[in-house]
Design a protein around this ligand. Sequence first.
Ligand SMILES: O=c1ccn([C@@H]2O[C@@H]3COP(=O)(O)O[C@H]3[C@H]2O)c(=O)[nH]1
Ligand SMILES: [Zn+2]
Ligand SMILES: [Zn+2]
Length: 245
Amino acid sequence: MSLSLQMLGTGNAFAKKYFNNNGLLLDENYTLLIDCGITAPLAMHRLEKSFSDVNATLITHIHADHVGGLEELALTLKHVHGKKMTLLLPETLIEPLWNNTLKGGLYQEDAVSSLSDIFDVKPMQPENIYKLSPTLSLEIIQTPHIPGKNSYSLLINNEIFYSADMTFQPDLLISLVRERGIRIILHDCQLGGTGVVHTTLEELMSLPKDVRERIKLMHYSDEQPDFVGLTGEMEFLEQHVNYKL
Ligand SMILES: O=c1ccn([C@@H]2O[C@@H]3COP(=O)(O)O[C@H]3[C@H]2O)c(=O)[nH]1
Ligand SMILES: [Zn+2]
Ligand SMILES: [Zn+2]
């Protein structure tokens, strides 16, 4: 089995040198887009990839760097390719994604009045395992990010943890490694300041070595080059590089 990850971008919400932190998870017969932010359409174009070749898009939470490209994705698929994207998303996000984010741009009288009129919606719930292909399965874990906003991390094939955006959860990270045997942790990383809505590099550096050595850093600011060599065992993921997982 060969599973790989190619990030469309590894930047935070305000980065200008990096695209939004969205990724393509690829196995032999299946491509999953993890989040589709404002910059995702341009990043796909730069990689000479088409949304029509993506089997499904998964949404972790409703921030523009994670959902801001969905309007273009949906309209391109409908009007250029004549199809709907399969949209995997936690059930709690369906209503706010439509009413608070997408309805303004996608509503069309007698044609599009709900998320499922424009996407093939597949609601997800924590603790269920979703088998996307013979070699790719997914679980969602609700994790803290912004007070009052539902946000989710991912467990891929019961061996890879993808934090999406979350505040520092040391107990969760330690138990994922020591109790669930998680091999790789792909984690958002705020390089400076205090971790109010994200996890800081300083916080990740405080983790025990057996956890740190499984971590790859993503969702970082434009200052990332100043921090190369200062992250201990944890390496930065680079956008557009295809990593075997
Ligand atoms: O209380 C807050 C709420 C938000 N923010 C910023 O807005 C950004 C939204 O996208 P993000 O979740 O990738 O990152 C967030 C932060 O950069 C913040 O600094 N403090
Ligand atoms: Zn983000
Ligand atoms: Zn966020």
